[in-house]
Ligand binder design. Structure first.
Ligand code: NCD
Ligand code: ZN
Length: 336
């Protein structure tokens, strides 16, 4: 069996910088038409200059494949409307991180005082710049996303014209919140469609499956699957592929992040096929994102075939992907 996907989009991607960027950017550019590039570098992307030069580095690293890096700016409550106006054509969204909640988020927001955030959020709303949010509180790790839902609701209610994307949702609660507000959307990762906390810590600890938000319960995974497999128009694929060097993962103090970009389309084809939902894949990996963000990525047709694909153990002796050394049921035949 063969399928083709047009213009696949990864609407939440960590490409990093320097050596890691050079390793991972070509892998995404090979099979994706475009991606929303996260700004959590060290230091984070907060100026026009940093934004433009990061975009150049990404394009250079991506190589010859046609690939659109949709850039993001790291949210800061002291941005002025003039500054946002001056960068609006260079970005697709602004990404808000609670301070210290995940990799390189130390400069994020503390306290979620709407009065403090309002000037920037109003300016974004006026300029039509979507807000992407890492929605976790500092509470008990399994409850962080559910505890954040009231904050999403407050944001959605107080800024009705602002498009708000709940990034990498992992819970039934988040899927339900999506239904209550017209201006809430969400990304879903590959790994949260495949695994629960049991896969991370139920047996021997699996550092390559450790990420933020942590994988949750079976009923949460089912709710995410329902949304993705039914082609719910408010959800889109965002891999949250987050590469770390092997020694940072296989270590005491394991870094959070699962590296999925190079195997994402193959694994998604397998998942949707196994659930008899291959006809929903195009919406989930491209069409929904195009209409939510109003984008027209470069044309790319990716042909996948149902035949075994052995996932590499490691890329460039540096970064270990999800399903390393395992066989997937679908492989990419061509992309271009
Ligand atoms: C991401 C990273 O490593 O940058 N890590 C992760 O576990 N997902 C950051 C993030 O999106 O939380
Ligand atoms: Zn992320």
């Amino acid at each position: 069996m063969v399928i083709s996907i047009n213009d696949p989009l990864d609407m939440h991607l960590h490409l990093r910088d320097e050596t890691m960027l050079d390793i991972v950017a070509p892998l995404s550019a090979e099979t994706f038409s475009g991606a929303l590039v996260m700004p959590n570098l060290v230091p984070p992307v907060t100026t026009k200059e940093a934004l433009l030069s990061y975009r150049e580095r990404v394009l250079k690293a991506a190589g010859s494949s046609r690939f659109e890096p949709y850039m993001t700016l790291f949210f800061r409550s002291d941005y002025t409307p003039e500054f946002l106006e001056s960068v609006k054509d260079e970005i697709l969204a602004v990404k808000l991180y609670p301070a210290g909640i995940t990799t390189n988020s130390e400069g994020g927001v503390s306290g979620f005082d709407l009065l403090e955030l309002a000037p920037v959020l109003n300016a974004m709303s006026d300029l039509g710049i979507p807000l992407c949010v890492h929605g976790e509180t500092g509470g008990f790790v399994m409850d962080r996303e559910a505890e954040f839902i009231p904050i999403y609701e407050k944001l959605a209610r107080n800024f009705p014209d602002l498009k708000i994307v709940m990034e990498h949702i992992t819970t039934k609660d988040a899927v339900e919140a999506l239904k209550r507000f017209e201006n809430l959307y969400a990304t879903i990762t590959l790994h949260h469609l495949f695994i629960t906390l049991d896969d991370v810590a139920g047996g021997l600890l699996q550092p390559h499956l450790f990420c933020k938000p942590i994988a949750k319960r079976p009923e949460d995974r089912m709710a995410l699957l329902d949304a993705a497999l039914s082609a719910d128009s408010k959800v889109m694929f965002g891999s949250d592929s987050a590469p770390h060097p092997r020694e940072a993962k296989e270590a005491p103090g394991c870094a959070a992040g699962v590296f999925t970009a190079p195997i994402a389309l193959q694994a998604l084809a397998q998942l949707f096929d196994n659930h008899g939902a291959l006809e929903s894949l195009q919406a989930f990996v491209s069409d929904n994102a195009k209409s939510i963000y109003g984008i027209n990525p470069p044309e790319k047709e990716v042909v996948l075939e149902k035949s075994p694909y052995l996932v590499p153990e490691i890329y460039e002796a540096t970064v270990v992907p999800m399903f390393a050394g395992q066989s997937l049921e679908w492989r990419v035949v061509s992309a271009g």
